[in-house]
Structures are given as structure tokens and as C-alpha cells.
Design a protein around this ligand. Structure first.
Ligand SMILES: NC(=O)N[C@@H](CC(=O)O)C(=O)O
Ligand SMILES: [Zn+2]
Ligand SMILES: [Zn+2]
Length: 429
């Protein structure tokens, strides 16, 4: 028998306070003044209750870079951030391009038990962009892969991209594209603009992202398949996705917390903690991303949690790795940029960080409403709290958070995965 929990007086999706009764992994009742014999009481007073968050874009680094992150440590960070499911990107070593590797990652996630892990399958063998990987075998494996991506690299060959889009239709899959025209971004280091010129760093033009997104929207429409666009970072990209949606095409898109908050001005520090792919962009781009996320053009927030050990980040800008941590701070950054600014309410956050990402990943047990009969995947969040980010406190094996020393709003108090607490009182349970 699993423990029964009675969450008292939590504000469901930030609305009215109610009690939530959790028994045998499910929510069995939601209402006022509930009682249950022998239940553990969890005080939800003043806390927002959201469905467990779902990340469409996490790098867990295992197998191959267990010095940067493991499935165990990465999913601890996920649970602490309020996530009950993450999609683990395929750019591991070996690459997750076979049924064997995706099953290994999936199994490691189950054994760790902090959060469900859904492996993303590579689109091409070894992320080499030359031959399609065994997409069908990964889809049919125990890992049930539905999201395919060469993330870290763009599937730049239009014929391969078309074939991948056609192929995944057989199992209702989706191709998640890292949209970056390779020739236009050779040795690119930061956003192309006035600043890159001033700093003498090779620029990364917006058109390199936008050209691929436009092409892929057209390809997805042409073969009537599903396209997902990873880490949209420019105002022009938002416009293109808006246009594709207006045509009724099956295109979804994500934005990352760091692109909703930080700008390329950070490069002035020459601190590679701010080096990320795609790069931090202009203030106008940040504003367009927020507007796009608010009006639904951008469907979801995805973290692109990208751990790197200090030797890959503590070096000069040109030599440093691209990427930043994101799981433990995502909800706070979304609160700061979208909720506290009045652009989204908590129901809107739940849609973009739980319901929609679960839908895109075709996960049936996540992103469900907080209602009787549903799996008890729940996060309790104290939006009134503040905290100063201390990189030494992260559960991640890496420390490359761009928010070190910043005061952020909000704190995850508890996370429940199928009725079992993975986090209680803000600590791993
Ligand atoms: N985002 C990053 O800057 N880096 C990612 C790759 C990626 O998401 O493209 C990584 O794997 O480190
Ligand atoms: Zn990427
Ligand atoms: Zn990524």
C-alpha cells in the first residue's frame, strides 16, 4: 500500500484553494474540507498547485558524459524544478540512435525514480546528417520514442528532413528541429549584431534560424506531418511560426527560459556562462518571444538544460562549450518573465509547461488536469517566496547556471510523481 496524502488548501492553477486527496498514485478527490483517515497531511496554504511539469528538451548526458550529468542527477534537478517528466536529448555518446540506447536511458530513468525519462531518438545515424536512424525500432522499443531530434545539430539536408517527417507519421511521431543553417553559422559565437562587431566575435545571424524554420514548416505541410521547432530565439522565427499556424499546419514551437530573460548584452562580460546555442539575442527578440508565448504562437517552454563541467566552461569565450543549466530555475524564470509581468496566469503556465509538452510528446500519463481519477503528478509552488541562486546547491553535476547570485521569485515546495513525493519541503524526498 502506498501512502495516502492529503494536500490542504492549495490554490489549484493559482485559482481557488482546495484540498487534493492522493491515494494509490492517483488523485481521488479535489474539494473543500476533505478528510482521510491515516493520510499524511501536506500543508498547501498559499501554494499554487500545478500539474507536474514536462520538459520537451533536456540534456542528461548519459551515456558518455557522466562527468557533466547522469540520468540520476539530472532527474534530481528536474524533480527539484517541479518536473515529473523530461525528454532526454539524443546527443549522448553513443548517440541515442538505436533501440538499445534509448531503452538504456529509459531504464536508467526508471531506476533513478525521480522523474519519468522519455528518450528522444536521433533523426540520423550518429547525428551525422547522412542516413536516417532506425526511427521505427526506437518507436517500437520499450522506450516508446515519439520525439526525434538531432539537437545540437540541424538536419540541414532537405531530402533527409522530408523523409524523417514522412517516416514518423507511421507512429504519430514528431521531428524536433534544431534550426540552424550550418553554412551561415560556421564558427559563430554570439548573436550577429552591433555588439558582435564591437566585441570581435563571429556573429550568428537570425536568418540562419529563420530560413530553416520556414523551410521545415513548408516541408511539414507538404508531407502533412508534425514539426516541432526547438529553442526559438528570434522575433522573425516567431513570425514564421505564427504564419505556419495561420495556415493550419501541424507546427509547434518552444522557447527557453534564458531566451525569455537574457539578452546579448551579457556577452559584454566575455563570461562563457552566457554562451549558448542558439545565442542570447536582442531585447526586441526577447519581447517578441514573450508575446509569442503569451498568444500561443510559441506552444511551450522547454529548458534546454545543458550541463557542462567547469573545464568546458571556465575558459575563453571561443573555446567554451555552448549551453546552460535550466531545470531548477525554469519555473522561477517563467514567473519573473511571464506571470509577474501580467502576460500569463498560472493556468497559462500549466498549459505551456505541462499540458502542451505532454501532448507534443504523446505522453498519456502527464499533463493531465488536477482532477479525480488522474495520475497524481503534482507540483506545489510558493510564488511568494524569493531565493538567491547558489550554483553549489544544484543537484546537477554541473554548475553552469547563468543566474548565480540573482534573486529569483518562487520556490518549488513539493513534487509528486504518481502519488509519491520526489520533493518535499523543497528538498529531495
Ligand atoms: N543549447 C546548447 O547550447 N547546447 C546543447 C545543444 C543544443 O541544444 O543545441 C548541448 O548539448 O550542450
Ligand atoms: Zn539545440
Ligand atoms: Zn538542446
Amino acid at each position: 500500500m502506498s501512502t495516502t496524502y492529503l494536500i490542504r488548501n492549495a490554490r489549484i492553477l493559482g485559482g481557488d484553494a482546495a484540498d487534493i486527496l492522493v491515494e494509490d498514485g492517483r488523485i481521488t478527490e479535489v474539494g473543500a474540507g476533505l478528510s482521510a483517515d491515516g493520510a499524511e497531511i501536506v500543508d498547501g496554504e498559499g501554494l499554487v498547485a500545478l500539474p507536474g511539469l514536462v520538459d520537451l528538451h533536456t540534456h542528461l548526458r548519459e551515456p558518455g558524459r557522466e562527468d557533466a550529468e547522469t540520468v540520476d542527477t539530472g532527474t534530481q534537478a528536474a524533480a527539484l524544478g517541479g518536473f515529473t517528466a523530461v525528454h532526454a536529448m539524443a546527443n549522448t555518446d553513443p548517440v541515442a540512435d538505436t533501440a538499445g540506447v534509448v531503452e538504456q536511458v529509459w531504464r536508467l530513468g526508471r531506476e533513478a525514480g525521480h522523474c519519468d525519462v522519455f528518450p528522444v531518438g536521433a533523426v540520423t545515424v550518429g547525428l551525422q546528417g547522412e542516413r536516417l536512424a532506425e526511427l521505427g525500432a526506437m518507436a517500437d522499443s520499450a522506450a516508446r520514442v515519439r520525439v526525434f531530434s538531432d539537437d545540437g545539430k540541424c538536419v540541414s539536408d532537405a531530402v533527409l528532413m522530408r523523409r524523417a517527417l514522412e517516416y514518423v507519421k507511421a507512429f504519430d511521431g514528431v521531428v524536433a528541429q534544431h534550426a540552424q543553417e550550418p553554412r551561415l553559422t560556421e564558427d559563430a559565437q554570439m548573436n550577429e549584431g552591433e555588439l558582435s562587431g564591437r566585441l570581435g566575435l563571429r556573429g550568428w545571424p537570425a536568418v540562419a534560424e529563420e530560413a530553416i524554420i520556414a523551410r521545415d514548416c513548408l516541408l511539414a505541410a507538404h508531407v502533412d506531418s508534425r514539426l516541432h521547432v526547438c529553442h526559438v530565439s528570434t522575433a522573425g522565427s516567431v513570425e514564421i511560426v505564427r504564419w505556419a499556424k495561420s495556415k493550419g499546419w501541424n507546427v509547434t514551437a518552444e522557447a527557453c527560459p534564458h531566451h525569455l530573460l537574457l539578452t546579448d548584452e551579457k556577452a559584454l562580460t566575455y563570461d562563457p556562462i552566457y554562451k549558448v546555442n542558439p545565442p542570447l539575442r536582442s531585447a526586441a527578440d526577447v519581447e517578441a518571444l514573450r508575446a509569442g508565448l503569451a498568444d500561443g504562437t510559441i506552444d511551450v517552454v522547454a529548458t534546454d538544460h545543458a550541463p557542462h563541467p567547469h573545464e568546458d566552461k571556465d575558459c575563453e569565450w571561443q573555446a567554451a562549450a555552448f549551453g546552460m543549466l535550466g531545470l531548477e530555475t525554469a519555473l522561477s524564470i517563467v514567473q519573473a518573465t511571464m506571470v509577474d509581468t501580467g502576460l500569463l496566469d498560472w493556468a497559462g503556465v500549466a498549459e505551456r509547461m505541462s499540458t502542451k509538452p505532454a501532448e507534443i510528446g504523446r505522453l498519456s500519463g502527464h499533463g493531465r488536469p488536477l482532477a479525480a481519477g488522474e495520475p497524481a503528478n503534482i507540483v506545489l509552488y510558493d510564488a511568494g517566496a524569493t531565493r538567491v541562486v547558489d550554483p553549489t546547491e544544484t543537484a546537477s553535476l554541473s554548475r553552469n547556471t547563468p543566474y548565480a547570485g540573482m534573486e529569483l521569485p518562487g520556490r518549488v515546495v513539493a513534487t509528486f510523481l504518481r502519488g509519491k513525493p520526489t520533493v518535499l519541503d523543497g528538498k529531495l524526498a
